[in-house]
Design a protein around this ligand. Structure first.
Ligand code: NAD
Length: 296
């Protein structure tokens, strides 16, 4: 397929490379010229604006930080929608507010352009090996057309509802991950303060009901004091903020999400915004004046 890719950051770069590997024809744009040059070196054509990248493409993919960036790159001057032909498809794979996804979707529809919101889970390692979990909102017919591209980037892609549903699903994912890490932090701080070895406690509980993918991935990082990202605190704070905005628009209260979002905000103010989100545990450690560590 003729594909345009806009946003070549931590996630976008390896996703674009996997599309090239699968044999698709790729034109790329990013506001950082060095990223465009790197993708051009890997076989993509370079564009000098999002509109130029989208011109002639059957599908344009965007992978940008947040909703305002997507709105600027798609709806703004020299944006994707200026170049996209009626009947073509725009797929935003960023994690943004569902309200923002719906706004972009409506603007696309007004120009006869199809739109899907398709955020991902799995982080950089899964973006590199093409095994992302892709959660999609939009029409089934459009989803089916884009499926070969999703297959090149992910190990699963599931249509969860109309436009916006992809991001609602992603927010649900982010709520469960954040609250799990915070709960793990409270549990392991308590165990450590009681004089137990947190690694032994982790091994004792991981096969029971408290066991989870989050626990298996994040407890060893906390115990080893390794908070190298991974998925940054500041991106998770953005996701929970978007969850709270969406919840407010539906009059839903999310007390746990809002507490963890405040923890993330505080961690950003303490200079920890670029640490891995496993560092949520350090907020609880600070309050207890105790670190999750193996006993000396
Ligand atoms: P990133 O900051 O590394 O990349 C974003 C890219 O967008 C940058 O290269 C930036 O230059 C470019 N950009 C910004 N505005 C632009 C514009 N107007 N036009 C063209 N390019 C523009 O971010 P990332 O880690 O790749 O994350 C992208 C999205 O994926 C985010 O929404 C994030 O929440 C989500 N996500 C990230 C991870 C992860 O582990 N990093 C995992 C799952 C989902």
């Amino acid at each position: 397929m003729k594909v345009a890719f806009v946003g070549l950051g931590i996630m976008g770069k390896p996703m674009a490379k996997n599309l090239l590997k699968a044999g698709h024809e790729l034109k790329v744009f990013d506001i950082v010229a060095a990223s465009v040059a790197e993708a051009a070196g890997a076989g993509a054509a370079a564009a000098s604006s999002a509109a130029e990248a989208a011109a002639g493409a059957e599908v344009t993919i965007t992978m940008l930080p947040d909703g305002p960036d997507v709105e600027a790159a798609v709806l703004g001057p020299a944006g994707v929608l200026e170049g996209a032909a009626p009947g073509s498809i725009i797929v935003d794979m960023s994690s943004i507010s569902p309200l923002s996804a719906q706004k972009v979707g409506r603007a696309c529809q007004a120009k006869g352009v199809h739109f899907l919101d398709a955020p991902v889970s799995g982080g950089e390692p899964k973006a590199i090996d093409g095994s992302l979990a892709i959660m999609v909102g939009g029409e089934k017919e459009v989803f089916d057309k884009v499926s070969p591209l999703f297959q090149a980037m992910g190990s699963s892609h599931i249509l969860t509802g109309p436009v916006g549903a992809g991001n609602v699903t992603k927010l649900a994912n982010q709520i469960m991950v954040a609250c799990n890490i915070a709960a793990m932090g409270e549990a392991l701080v308590l165990a450590t303060k009681a004089g137990l070895d947190p690694e032994v406690v982790f091994n004792a509980v991981k096969g029971g009901l408290a066991g989870s993918t989050v626990l298996n991935a994040k407890a060893p990082m906390a115990i080893a004091r390794n908070f190298k990202p991974g998925f940054r605190i500041r991106l998770h704070q953005k996701d929970l903020r978007n969850a709270l905005l969406a919840a407010e628009s539906m009059k839903v209260s999310l007390p746990l999400t809002s507490t963890v979002q405040q923890m993330l905000m505080s961690l950003m103010n303490n200079g920890r915004g670029d640490l891995d989100h496993s560092a949520i545990v350090t907020f609880i450690e600070d309050m207890a004046q105790a670190e999750i560590r193996k006993p000396a």
